[in-house]
Every structure is written in structure tokens, then in C-alpha cells.
Design a protein around this ligand. Sequence first.
Ligand code: FES
Length: 175
Amino acid sequence: MKKKENNTICRCEEISEQEIRDGIRKFNLRTVDAVKRLTRAGMGLCQGRTCTPLLTKIIAEETNKKVSELLPLSKRPPVRPIKMDLNTRASRISEDAEVVKVAKRAVSGVGLKPNVRVICGATDASSYNEKGIETVVIGTGCRAEHTKEENIAVADMEKAVRIIQHIFKELSERG
Ligand code: FES
């Protein structure tokens, strides 16, 4: 039987129960917001609609509290209506696109297994894709983005640089 901890809790961000429990234990996390910032669970396309109840249940188990005792996930509605910039519209690149193939080869080239996925959030790639230039975002290994705990291991940063070098090398050899 598959171990319970291997269950995927956040399908949008592909975060397992084990990752969530490890984060709670290692950093003594007590809130859904804290777990979200550390693991990215709840930051996916559905914005936590699917995984937040599961996250809350796990935190309650790990902290010996009732679900009703935990702070709910904080919501941050805009202070005033804002006009959406069409440069940041959602886009999706086919896995067969050349840019995805180049990125996958570069990731493989540094000994990592490529993991192609949809991300949520505006990036420079959003603007380029909007202008018809197919662009992907390559993960750098950064964790807990947009928090005070945001970090990246030097070794992961070095791999990110090597991935970029692979891409430059391949493209320059094409002439
Ligand atoms: S399942 Fe977690 S953000 Fe969608």
C-alpha cells in the first residue's frame, strides 16, 4: 500500500503530504499562511480552493489542534479596483514547443529531471507570450518566494546558471 505521506495534497503545485508535514515539523509552522509560503501549496491555479481544507487538516493533526482553532487562510482582495494589464494574460505553451524542448535538454544537461508544469503568476514570460514569442520560465530552486524566508541554495543557483549556459551553447551552435 502506498504510504499516506506520499499523497499529493496540492495538485496545482504538485506538493505532497510528506513535504507539507516535513515543513511543519522542521520550521514549527502553525498557520495555513506559513505552510503556503514555505511550500507553495495553495498558490496554484485554483488558489487553494482544492487543497486548503486538506492543508488545514494536516496542520491541525501536526499541532494537536482542532481545525476550528486554526487561523483561516488570509485573503488579500485589491484595495481598489484595478485595470488588468493585458500583457500579463494567462498563456500556455505546448510541451511540443521548441522552447520547451530546449529548456528540457538544458535541465537534463545538468543532471536534473525536467518537470514541465503550469505556474500561476505574472512573469516576463507572460509579456513575451502575449507578443507571440513563446517563452518558458525555468525554475531556479528558489523556495518560499515573496516571504521573509525566501531562499535558494548556492548549489541550486549554480545549477540554474549552468542550465542557462546549456541553452546559450545549444542556440549558438545552431548559428
Ligand atoms: S490544489 Fe493547491 S492551489 Fe490548487
